[in-house]
Every structure is written in C-alpha cells, then in structure tokens.
Design a protein around this ligand. Structure first.
Ligand code: BTN
Length: 245
C-alpha cells in the first residue's frame, strides 16, 4: 500500500522514499546541504537501517514506520525528550500506558515497541545539527536482537495507518521542542520519570576498565544515568551500552 505524503502537513520539508538504505543517511546528507530544522525523511523499506550500538534496523513495508527528523536547536536531553513525546503519542493511539527503558526505548509489557537513534553531524556551513531517527513497530513486531518486540497492533488489537502516526508524532515533537526551548526538560521530567523502568534496576555498561555493574539510581540534570556501584557513584551517558540484567 502506498504512503500518502499529502496527509503529513506537520513537517516543513517531507521527503518520502519507497526504498532506501537508511532514512538517517538521507536526512544527514540533506542536513549537510542546509535542509531546514524539522525536515523529515520517511521510507517504506529500509535495507540498512541503523539501530543503536551498531545494530541493523531493517524495515518492511506496512509493518513499521521509519523516519528521521533534522533538529537544528538541540537540547542536551534530546534523546529523553523524544522518548517522552513518542510515548505520549503511542499511548493516545493504543489507549494504554507505555514505559521507557533509559534512555529512549519505548516499551509495552516488557517488550520494545519503538527505538530512537539520535546522531549529530556538521553541515557545510560548519553548524552542528542532529538527526533523530525513529522506528516504530506498527503492525508487525520485528525482533532486532536487543530485546523482545511488540507492535501497536498487538497492543490495541487493530491495524494503524503510518501516515496518521507520523502526523501526530511530528506535531507533538515540534510542540515539545517549543516548550523545551522555553522551559527546559523540567517540563517533561515528571512524565519521563513516571515511565522510566530503568531506575532501581541492576545494570551493566562497558568502561575503559572493563564491564561495570551497579544499580540505576537517578538521572542528573543532563539526562545521564547515575549508577550506584560498590565503589561509589558513576555516570553513564546515553551513548554508552546499558542493559537491564
Ligand atoms: C534502536 O536501536 O533502538 C534505535 C533504532 C532506530 C531506527 C530508526 S528507523 C528510522 C531511522 N533510520 C535508521 O537507519 N535508523 C532510525
């Protein structure tokens, strides 16, 4: 079934491809050439989609939504902000609560519904910009090797339109970025923490001294995870590998 771009009015620039290697790659290339803040690339099929920690994120038509948005004013807590926005939107569609695995996996019943990848690039004018990639399991869950998967259809018992979800997600994202620029992440902190399922869990992550273990304690003001270890507190940044045990 084709994708109707005319239904997506939220993005100032929308590029749709039927098949692509990765929407992240095209969005990064467009951003380097000066494509504006909030430009969006969406594809039906991704053959070399990028997941976090170098994982492959292949997307099949009708099963999932794969999109990447260019963000030119970046809050430090962008990965957390995006997760909170997406959880809000998916809760409305599914009429059920979503959880977040720090920093930005969206979960339902302990399974992954959606993943988010935030990457930074520099454009030809030397300005830094960010590409936020989002993959949502809409009608079929794809197991991607990090954790069990679930789709919106499994949760709500009905199929969803990718266009409708993209339109709502982009509108919510753009409004949240506005609020964030006025009030900062504190406007979203309570909601994020209510959803965050990582706090209090045993976690592990790699460090220069080898793998470390601890209990996730809280988030600092930058959104990094503070972990209690046997030798004191450690801070884990969102780019690092972190897993619940
Ligand atoms: C994760 O590993 O959880 C993050 C997955 C992010 C996948 C999305 S799909 C759209 C965009 N294009 C990509 O190549 N990756 C992201």
């Amino acid at each position: 079934m084709s994708f109707h771009t005319e239904h997506i009015t939220a993005a100032p620039v929308l590029v749709h491809r039927h098949e692509i290697d990765s929407t992240q790659q095209l969005a990064a290339d467009l951003g380097k050439d000066g494509s504006p803040h909030l430009s969006c690339v969406v594809a039906d099929i991704q053959t070399k989609g990028r997941g976090r920690m170098g994982r492959l994120w292949v997307t099949y038509p009708e099963d999932a939504l794969a999109c990447s948005v260019i963000i030119r004013d970046q809050p430090q807590t962008l990965p957390l902000l995006i997760a909170n926005v997406l959880a809000d939107v998916l809760e409305v569609f599914c009429k059920d609560k979503m959880g977040i695995k720090w920093p930005n996996d969206i979960l339902h019943s302990g399974k992954k519904v959606a993943g988010i990848l935030c990457e930074s690039f520099t454009d030809k004018a030397g300005e830094r910009f960010y590409v936020v990639g989002t993959g949502i399991n809409i009608n079929t869950p794809q197991e991607r090797g990090d954790m069990p998967a679930i789709a919106l259809q499994d949760i709500a018992g009905k199929a969803f339109s990718r266009e409708e979800i993209l339109q709502e997600y982009l509108s919510a994202l753009f409004s949240a970025l506005e609020v964030h620029s006025q009030e900062g992440f504190k406007a979203f902190y309570k909601d994020y923490m209510a959803r965050c399922q990582t706090i209090g869990k045993k976690v592990r992550w790699p460090s220069a001294q080898g793998e470390k273990y601890g209990i996730a304690s809280h988030l600092d003001e930058t959104g990094s995870l503070v972990i209690e270890t046997e030798t004191g507190q450690e801070v884990c940044h969102s780019a690092a590998l972190i897993e619940d045990l």
